[in-house]
Design a protein around this ligand. Sequence first.
Ligand code: AP5
Length: 219
Amino acid sequence: MDLIFLGYPGSGKGTQAKYLSDSYGIPQISTGDILRDAVAKKTQLGLEAKKYMDSGDLVPDGVVIGLVEERIQEQDAVKGFILDGFPRTIAQAIELDELLEKHVRSITAVISLEVLKEDVIERLTSRRICTNCRRVYNLVYDPPPADGVCNQCKKTGTIVQRKDDEVETVERRLTVYNIQTLPLKDFYQKQGKLVLINGSQSILDVRSEIESKLRNIKG
Ligand code: AP5
């Protein structure tokens, strides 16, 4: 299965992509994670991407498309992949279709997590992440341990708020989403690939709805 997750920042794409990756044994490919790694390592790509990410804007299409093109040709993605955070513009979606066609494959389904703007603002401003193992916490219902030791990788002092999860940047990210990414729903609807999911349910209920709808789709 070649899957795409669409949805507002904070709609739960990363959370659900990880579950599906474990269930189906195919990689979760998060352009946000790839870019954050590059920023942390201060590579040329990271230095270029940082200014866009910190302000809540999209990194230029050409940069991101090149990254995805390389990643989906790796061995672990031969049987399928789950794109989390890509495509985010019509230009990226067109390039992706052309790229997959060259490799005689195509997107199986596009899972769109439907969540209200007010809910994602709350989720994002209360999110904390471990920069070492990427474990995601939430101050409201899954808070980080008080001693600051990540309960997944056992490192100390690595749990932080993402810079782009500060409230002003979240507002900008949502505006950018509405202008540049929302048109993708129509794009994939026309291809008959859009699968709408109620992303406002509990994490486990969202997971069940996705898995049940995917069972009806031929991989
Ligand atoms: P990226 O890292 O992709 O961020 P995003 O799309 O804004 O998504 P998030 O990671 O913020 O949210 P999510 O939907 O994965 O939610 P999560 O599961 O963590 O991109 C960051 C930046 O990189 C962009 O702004 C851009 O600059 C650049 N970039 C990346 N891709 C690009 C591209 N293709 N082109 C150009 N630039 C690109 O959940 C959020 C919180 O909610 C967590 O605390 C979680 O525990 C909680 N939660 C999840 N589900 C539920 C639920 N059902 N109920 C209650 N809480 C929940």
